[in-house]
Design a protein around this ligand. Structure first.
Ligand SMILES: Nc1ncnc2c1ncn2[C@@H]1O[C@H](COP(=O)(O)OP(=O)(O)OP(=O)(O)O)[C@@H](O)[C@H]1O
Ligand SMILES: [Mg+2]
Length: 499
């Protein structure tokens, strides 16, 4: 089965103003294979799969599905042809039930009076879901289901019309390890049934167990396609980053921790979210907080920026107890908060790159009068260079940037503001390995310069790479604390799982 070609792209091109997002890409996807698609932020991966799914129309080139040339003009047309796509931000309607979502817009299951035959619809949905060995109550509105179950509904939707190709764009970004494993099981099962899977991810360690072949893209171009057994992680990283093996070996973090407490939390609790958490964050230190999704780590970070209200305990900033804490006072006291959800909390998506970067400084600089504009432009430019943000120019709107570049802009904003304590939630989620390293370097650099950084991350490698010390949570409570030199991956994972 695995030698039949299911999908063939030839010389596909797609441009946006100022950028050739997909530049002459030719690629074959076999029937029943799991084909990983890798590349840096902005490499053109999402654009390419959107062309395949029908969400974007290509400028030129051909797409052949099952020996038939196709020219899709909408995702609905794609689903009809058997091409389904599962987006990272799942496109489900929260108030509709599972089976309503699965068959939305398909105009199926009408009885002879033209009315919806809800029973057959439910039965058919159950048949699809059964495939996955997961217990889901299809009658519930999907907002009541957890992320991973919602994802299963989205997958069911993508394959509801006898899918030939299913595309996943960064599906594991919002999943914990166990949920991701479950998803890999589903992918393998689909592939076993002859469905071709195209899978975009930045988490390279995942692909070696699950993918059959891998394609690398750089700056819109196809670089190579290899059997998974014929390429190593190091080779992939070298291809993607242009950094050689020797340079990749990470050094053990040399701590710059001082004795000065910048933040001290004493017995803080927030109803149901976390209980009796105490820790100190010192100048020059990178402190990690980790645990499984739902462990309370993000909620603690939010409490440090007064987004979450405490139900007990105290927070001290530089030895002073904080009363009437609001996000505004937190920012004034030098705390930067880089949220998990950059789209909702961190950015003005319709604003330009420059406006977003200088946003928090504009007021202060407006005193500069006519020099203000120059200062804004220069500072934004400097940040774009420091963080290697890929843009066509400073006036580009942020919503046209790739996910990774958006995250860098959030970081730039706070770097410019010169905050002293950086609270970062999942700072490199959805960011490619090259940019990730840069951000990890920046985190270490901040500590070296005498700032303090709190890194909240569910990625064990990220914690090991960046932190001097890590607090591990389980179900809203501290389960353990480790110094970076003792941070073996296995030990951390065991503690995270409450073992
Ligand atoms: N709708 C759009 N309008 C303008 N430019 C776009 C649009 N969509 C993508 N681009 C640009 O095309 C290029 C490729 O972006 P794309 O989203 O395909 O990258 P990606 O490989 O998926 O990156 P990431 O890993 O960050 O998701 C980027 O330079 C991006 O800014
Ligand atoms: Mg993308």
């Amino acid at each position: 089965m695995q030698d039949e070609i299911m999908l063939k792209l030839e010389h596909v091109v797609k441009s946006f103003p100022g950028v050739k997002a997909v530049d002459d890409v030719s690629l074959e996807v076999k029937k029943g294979e799991i084909h990983a698609l890798l590349g840096h932020n902005g490499a053109g991966k999402s654009t390419l799969v959107k062309i395949i799914s029908g969400a974007y129309v290509k400028d030129s080139g051909t797409v052949t599905l099952d020996s038939e040339e196709i020219n899709l003009t909408s995702p609905q047309a794609g689903i009809k042809k058997g091409i389904g796509m599962v987006y990272q931000e799942l496109d489900l309607i929260p108030d509709l039930s599972g089976d309503e979502n699965i068959f939305l817009g398909q105009n199926k299951f009408r009885n002879r009076f033209g009315l919806i035959d809800a029973q057959s619809r439910r039965r058919e949905a159950e048949r699809i879901i059964q495939n996955f060995d997961i217990d889901i109550d299809l009658s519930l509105p999907v907002r009541k289901l957890g992320v991973s179950k919602q994802q299963v509904i989205a997958i069911a939707k993508a394959i509801s019309r006898e899918a030939k190709v299913v595309i996943f764009d960064e599906p594991t970004a919002a999943l914990n390890n166990a949920e991701a494993e479950c998803l890999f099981g589903i992918m393998k099962k689909l592939a076993g049934q002859g469905v071709s899977i195209i899978w975009i991810t930045h988490r390279l360690d995942e692909i070696f167990e699950t993918a059959d072949r891998v394609t690398l893209m750089r700056e819109g171009k196809w670089i190579t396609t290899k059997e998974i057994g014929q390429i190593t992680m190091k080779e992939i990283v070298t291809e993607l980053t242009g950094v050689t093996e020797e340079e990749q070996i990470s050094t053990v973090n040399i701590s710059n921790k001082t004795d000065e407490k910048l933040i001290s939390c004493q017995n803080i609790s927030a109803q149901k979210l976390f209980q009796n958490i105490s820790f100190d964050l010192y100048r020059g230190e990178v402190l990690g907080i980790t645990g499984l999704i739902g462990c309370g780590s993000t909620e603690i970070a939010k409490a440090l920026f007064a987004v979450n209200k405490l139900s007990g305990g105290e927070i001290y900033i530089k030895g002073k107890k904080i009363e009437h804490f609001t996000p505004k006072t937190a920012a004034q006291k030098g705390i930067a908060y880089i949220s998990e959800d950059r789209k909702m909390e961190g950015l003005n998506l319709k604003g330009s790159v420059q406006n977003n970067i200088v946003l928090t400084m504009s007021k202060e600089w407006s005193k500069l009068g006519f020099l203000n504009q120059k200062k804004e432009k220069e500072s934004a430019k400097e940040m774009v260079e420091t963080l290697d943000i890929r843009i066509s120019d400073l006036s580009q709107t942020v919503n046209t940037l790739s996910g990774g570049n958006q995250q860098k802009i959030v970081l730039a904003k706070w770097l410019l503001k010169n905050a002293e304590v950086f609270v970062m939630c999942e700072p490199t989620r959805g960011i490619d390995i090259g940019a990730k390293r840069e951000i990890h370097k920046i985190i270490r650099q901040l500590a070296k310069e005498g700032k303090a950084v709190l890194v909240v991350s569910s990625e064990v490698e990220e914690i090991i790479d960046t932190c001097d010390r890590v607090i591990i949570l389980y179900d809203g409570r501290v389960k353990g604390e480790l110094l970076s030199k003792d941070c073996a991956k296995k030990k951390m994972l065991d503690t995270m799982y409450g073992i």
